[in-house]
Design a protein around this ligand. Sequence first.
Ligand code: FNR
Length: 383
Amino acid sequence: MPVITCIDDLKRLYRRRVPRMFYDYAESGSYTEQTFRDNVTDFARLRLRQKVAVDMTNRSTRTTLIGQDAAMPVALAPVGMTGMQCADGEIKAARAAAAFGVPYTLSTMSICSIEEVAAHSPAPFWFQLYVMRDEDFVDRIIERARVAGCSALVLTLDLQILGQRHKDLRNGLSAPPKLTLPVLADLATRWRWGMEMLRTKRRFFGNIVGHAKGVADPSSLMSWTADQFDPQLDWSKIARIRDRWGGKFILKGILDEDDARRAADFGADAIVVSNHGGRQLDGALSSIRRLPGILRAVGDGVEVHMDGGVRSGQDVLKAVALGARGVWIGRAYVYGLGAMGQAGVATALEVIRKELDTTMALCGERDVHNLGRHNLMIPKDFE
Ligand code: FNR
């Protein structure tokens, strides 16, 4: 078993184990990938202030996210097709998150269904919804999430229309993969992944198969979904979904001050400052750079979370010190899942927790709630 010291170690292992098509699916952004890259590199531009000679016993990373206890201010972001990175991937990620004590968010576009994850996860999870044209489908999936006991609905707002990811087109991305010659050649070197996939029955979009009108052939689920993203998504549709759900409600994909104020006025329990991991509007600023402006815009009106480019506990600390209540990770746990399954997600979380804890101590802080701008040196263009 290789020694894992950081998220990058998991990424290297992940790259070796998972078919190229699914590695590229996760490790890409839209168009030129500028925003995808900036999400990561902008974290490095924020610097930390060291403090010495402070009693560092009894440190705590515990907090609450939308009123729910969390072992640290981190949540697992919704990631489509997680079950293609590793057989039963959504179930394994949900179990690892529950054991660790942080929220897991299941994507609409997951391979395992809401019901399958609920049957195997010991804790309630959050469900992420894309707004689809078919309102009947939307209403039914909201009801399924309620019946499954999901403890929050996360509505993603930044994917009314799909940003193009060149690698996915070149690779002919599909779930399950079409067995073309290049795919077969790739699978030959990744046979362990193939064997595990063959053993599970879950290879299609579990939330959609059997629920989408007019879809007889599961292999057409991806194109059905791409046609279903609702370009008419507006605030009245958001209100309809909020009222239909009636529980904890999170709006994800906010990058603009006016949108943030509107979301706060809408009674959201949290907003997530996010550019979809650089997968949608290429050329948008990184999430971490947009965070201060959005925090200023909403004041204390709503919990502000963020995601995009978080690869370490130091990154989590920087986002929290700027003012984020919660920090969501996407690729960081996907690397772990693809590399080592459930144990890999647990390892990713443990790596981040340890880095956060040590960095807090070196910054002279014992409690995650005491982190603030005083811990940072902030470049002018972050304001
Ligand atoms: C995503 N993201 C995403 N978001 C969402 O609301 N629903 C989804 O189904 C998906 N699917 C998805 C697939 C993959 C492969 C990635 C990498 C991301 C976006 C995700 O929730 C989150 O915003 C980003 O992943 C955060 O950036 P990092 O942490 O991956 O850099």
